[in-house]
Design a protein around this ligand. Structure first.
Ligand SMILES: [Zn+2]
Length: 118
């Protein structure tokens, strides 16, 4: 396999593909909200009228966009760990994160035990 990514575990799941899917999904949601791709700060559509109703909606959209950006950052960090060969290792205890957990949450930084502590 020319595309094989070295990971700490003998995973037969393509986590790079999972992460790229997740990245595309999050970016599509941000675009849908009217926010530019992450990294360029908040650039809301300036044609938006300034009524209180719209302000409330914008506040909600910004809150959601912030969450989406944070999730994107997590995905970016996970892709970087994939490159570094540290993907799938719990950043707290150093043990491998379960494959099932990574499939459900490919950007996870911690094993399920350590994640539950926070
Ligand atoms: Zn752990």
């Amino acid at each position: 396999m020319p595309n094989e990514v070295p990971t700490a575990q003998s995973a037969d799941v393509d986590f790079a593909a999972l992460l790229h899917n997740e990245q595309a999904r999050l970016q599509a949601q941000l675009t849908e909200l009217g926010f530019a791709d992450h990294g360029s700060g908040l650039s809301y559509d300036s044609n938006f009228a300034d009524s209180s109703q719209v302000t409330a909606e914008r506040g909600e959209a910004e809150r959601l966009a912030t969450e989406l950006r944070e999730a994107l950052d997590e995905v970016d960090a996970a892709l970087k760990r994939l490159e570094d060969g540290t993907y799938g290792i719990c950043e707290v205890c150093g043990k491998p994160i379960g494959e099932a957990r990574l499939e459900a949450k490919p950007a996870a930084r911690r094993c399920i035990v350590d994640a539950a502590k926070h």
